[in-house]
Write a protein that binds this ligand. Structure first.
Ligand SMILES: Nc1ncnc2c1ncn2[C@@H]1O[C@H](COP(=O)(O)OP(=O)(O)O)[C@@H](O)[C@H]1O
Ligand SMILES: [Mg+2]
Length: 216
């Protein structure tokens, strides 16, 4: 599903990823961890196609990202979605409008959109907040809106960057359970986190990154 072969990424002639090779199978849930600055976010950005490798090859499904044309990026984005560390929600719009956005962009009918938005909000336990303005929600609720927006298009891969970074332990646990549920339905989930509490005693694979190198 996802394969890195000999990937290097440089910023200002500094190698932030060095000779990364890894494979993530379809339907896996994988944690990427390591200290701040280790390159976790960079790995997610490479999988999302918002950064390109300087050397090596990256395959995501049938996409070869080292060679992907800009015109193919919208197709990749149907396949892979990103839950950003700062959510990137439209703060002045309602929960409904935020979650409906990816479906509006893909030109679906209003009635279908409405049904999917309500179903997805039910999955993340936010059905009761559908008409709230995002700005008025707590951090944990905003995180769940961001997850709803990411899963509403049924992507095959979800990337989440420090999804529990700003949450108290109980809320973090709820959010982690959402990712596990999404994964149980067959979606490949990759979670970058510097917090070992999140994957303590989990059966899922953990990739350790340090100074741009991977330790499994
Ligand atoms: N756009 C960028 N320009 C220059 N340096 C960057 C950029 N993005 C990340 N870096 C550097 O790359 C290294 C890895 O960053 P990042 O992938 O964000 O690490 P992590 O998510 O593990 O904290 C850091 O040293 C960071 O400063
Ligand atoms: Mg990061």
């Amino acid at each position: 599903m996802i394969e890195f072969s000999g990937v290097y990424k440089y910023y200002d002639s500094l190698a932030v990823l060095q000779n990364i090779s890894l494979k993530i199978e379809k339907g896996e849930l994988v944690f990427i961890t390591g200290p701040s600055g280790a390159g976790k976010t960079t790995i997610l950005r490479l999988i999302f196609g918002s950064e390109k490798p300087d050397e090596g090859e990256i395959k995501v499904g049938d996409f070869v990202l080292s060679k992907i044309k800009q015109s193919k990026i919208p197709y990749l984005r149907r396949f892979v979605t990103f839950v950003f560390q700062d959510f990137k929600l439209r703060q002045d719009l309602t929960v409904y409008d935020n979650v409906a956005l990816p479906l509006l962009i893909s030109g679906q009918k209003e009635r279908d959109i409405k049904q999917k938005v309500y179903d997805t909000l039910k999955n993340v336990n936010l059905r009761h907040k559908v008409d709230y303005i995002v700005r008025t929600l707590s951090g944990g609720e905003q995180q769940r809106v961001a997850i709803a927006r990411a899963i509403i298009t049924n992507p095959r891969v979800i990337l989440a960057d420090e999804p529990t970074g700003n949450l108290d332990p109980d809320t973090a646990n709820d959010v982690m359970n959402l990712f596990k549920n999404v994964n149980a339905l067959g979606c490949t989930v990759i979670i970058a986190t510097h917090n070992p509490e999140i994957f303590r005693n989990t059966p899922y694979r953990v990739l350790y990154l340090k100074e741009g190198k991977i330790y499994q």
